[in-house]
Write a protein that binds this ligand. Structure first.
Ligand code: ACO
Length: 377
């Protein structure tokens, strides 16, 4: 490996953003200067998206207009419903979502425009429709009828309604809304970088969003929340946690939901999610899962906190989503539903003064190799 190449681009500043500020040493996250904790306690996902895309909080009329436009775009075209119906029931939801977001571009008569105002409306359209795509896919594979979106409901409530066929309680709506706020943006993470690279070629919003969904799916990134749930299922009970974690540490294997490229302190999103997960676990009779998670955290703290490894956003979001009643393979799609806001915001920033993102690779192979005809090889 060359000494000039930063493996994993660690520490490389590759873009400017006015959306998220992250202080990984002190565990700080702000959206446009507002502490994530304040937003989680007081804001809504709709307001947070407006904040990220406009770099200021909306007035009430602005928020009303933004929300109205979002809700008016919940429904998906009938032809796309037909595409969805032809997907295998065995397909993984992230693959379905990536494919269907890409397919949305085929239903747009002017898909390629990068003019900022038009781009915003297209991004809002994807943001509004993504929950419908996931909910429809989830019901279709269970052989259940689709539940059409309800424009009187918030982004969070409407998704849970379309998924479950009944309106969520206020507690569940608020819990899900907070999850959406916490996942909305996070600097130049792998999927956001992916979206910016695609957008920098002056490609379209559908390509940028579907490419980012693909990057998010990986187990080292957004896929870790499903990994956490699988791990909890595999461990099975509180009395088996110690042996499991010690085994992982001895074998130098990673525990999903821990560690972060930027945070070397407690991820502030995890702080909030931990409180939320605990409350929801008590309300829904899932204390055993919460207690297992907490025990894993205690053991990991003793073993690896000195290396700056703490729970990340995925760790307690797993138990939170489980308590909300989501199926395991819908956890990462939930991350995507929210992060579309961040990806689109970054793409708008990229388009403002765009320059093609094109780094270099250092060639480390041989030179002056004679060409050997195929008959002589
Ligand atoms: N469990 C145990 N040890 C860990 C963990 C973990 N989850 N994460 C990192 N480490 C250790 C590594 O073994 C390594 O130790 P060493 O220096 O003794 O060899 C050291 O910490 C550095 O690890 P890297 O993988 O080099 O750190 P990097 O910055 O590349 O990785 C990452 C960050 C990918 C998030 C990593 O911590 C990881 O794989 N975590 C598990 C997957 C996960 O939870 N991903 C979600 C991240 S948050 C998000 O994307 C939303």
């Amino acid at each position: 490996m060359s000494t000039t190449a930063a493996k994993g681009l660690e520490g490389v500043v590759a873009a400017e953003t006015e959306m998220s500020f992250i202080d990984g040493t002190n565990g700080v996250l702000e959206y446009v200067g507002i502490a994530i904790d304040d937003l989680a306690r007081q804001s809504s996902f709709e307001e947070t998206v407006f904040l990220l895309w406009n770099r200021r909080l909306p007035t009430q009329p602005e928020l009303d207009a933004f929300t109205k436009e979002l809700r008016g775009k919940y429904a998906i075209p009938n032809e796309l419903v037909e595409v969805l119906k032809h997907m295998p029931k065995s397909a993984q939801p992230m693959h379905a979502l990536r494919t269907l977001v890409s397919a949305l571009g085929a239903f747009d008569e002017d898909p390629n425009t990068v003019e900022p105002e038009a781009y915003r409306h297209k991004a809002l359209n994807i943001l509004a429709k993504a929950p419908t795509l996931v909910a429809y896919f989830a019901r279709q594979r269970q052989g259940k009828d689709f539940v059409a979106p309800d424009e009187s409901l918030s982004f969070a409530a409407n998704f849970l309604y379309m998924l479950n066929g009944e309106k969520p309680t206020e507690t569940m709506e608020r819990a899900f809304d907070v999850c959406m706020i916490l996942h909305a943006d996070h600097g130049l993470n792998a999927s956001t970088f992916t979206s910016r690279v695609i957008q920098s070629t002056l490609s379209d919003v559908y390509s940028a969003m579907s490419g980012a969904i693909g990057a998010l799916r990986g187990p080292l990134h957004g896929g870790a929340n499903e990994g956490v749930m699988r791990m909890l299922n595999e461990i099975g009970s509180l009395d088996k946690v110690d042996v499991y974690v010690q085994g992982k540490i001895d074998r130098k294997e990673k525990i999903m939901g821990f560690g972060h490229r930027v945070y070397k302190a407690y991820d502030p999103r995890a702080t909030y999610l931990k409180t939320l997960a605990k409350r929801l676990a008590e309300d829904t009779g899932n204390q055993a899962l919460y207690e297992m998670s907490h025990r894993i955290e205690v053991l990991m703290e003793e073993a690896v906190a000195a290396k700056g490894i703490y729970p990340n956003v995925d760790f307690y979001s797993a138990t939170t989503y489980h308590a909300i009643g989501l199926e395991l393979d819908l956890f990462t799609p939930m991350f995507a539903l929210s992060r579309i806001a961040g990806w689109a915001g970054h793409c708008l920033e990229q388009l403002d003064g765009n320059r093609l993102i094109r780094p270099k690779a250092e060639y480390v192979g041989p030179h002056d190799v004679p060409y050997t005809p195929v008959t002589e090889r």
